[in-house]
Ligand binder design. Structure first.
Ligand SMILES: [Zn+2]
Length: 196
């Protein structure tokens, strides 16, 4: 790696998704021109990201405090768990303000061709959460082949435990990602969920 700090930062910025060489250079110069505390705050925030963020031991959300703020919030409806593939998907469901239950983040979807089986997902962490208090599990995996396969797998696993399993409606286009669905579409998909 280059000894020149500008070139070094440019190379690192250019590794970020969606950032090209030119933008990376512009960002590096921007940091250089900003007040010194900005660079210090940026560096500290980057370090904290790696040192402090971990998985919530209950729902597998990413958090700096365990349990995460969602799990800790006593106002939330503990009878419903919404299962999502990723943390951005969780945030998308939160933005709809349509859901006030708890979450479970799988960190992926079943994809045998890519070597992703049930053991690679946070499924064994979900099972102990299905206790007497939980009445419904909403499976809000993406409407993709992998997301549908995951929904089917979870249904077969959870239904025998005596819990109601529902799937969000097909408002989100097939092949799409929950994260990018607009709030109204996602809110409707939640409202129109069906029995599995
Ligand atoms: Zn949590």
């Amino acid at each position: 790696m280059s000894a020149d700090p500008i070139a070094r930062l440019t190379v690192l910025f250019a590794r970020l998704p969606g950032v090209g060489e030119k933008t990376a250079q512009r960002l590096a110069f921007h940091v250089l021109k900003s007040p010194p505390e900005y660079a210090r705050d940026l560096a500290a925030a980057l370090l904290a990201l790696r040192d402090e963020v971990r998985l919530c031991s209950t729902c597998c959300n990413l958090t700096a405090q365990d349990p995460c703020p969602v799990c800790k919030d006593q106002q939330r409806d503990r009878r419903i768990i919404c299962v999502v593939e990723s943390v951005p998907d969780l945030l998308a469901v939160e933005r709809t303000r349509e859901f006030r239950g708890l979450y479970h983040v799988l960190h992926g979807a079943l994809s045998p061709l890519d070597g992703v089986g049930p053991d690679q997902l946070k499924i064994k962490e979900l099972l102990p959460r299905i206790s007497a208090g939980v009445e419904e599990v909403i499976v809000a995996t993406d409407p993709t082949v992998e997301g549908e396969a995951t929904a089917l797998y979870l249904t077969r696993l959870l239904k025998p435990l005596g819990v109601r399993v529902t799937r969000i409606a097909q408002g989100v286009p097939m092949g799409g990602d929950l994260e990018y669905a607009d709030q109204v579409t996602l809110a409707r998909a939640l409202q129109g969920r069906r029995e599995m």
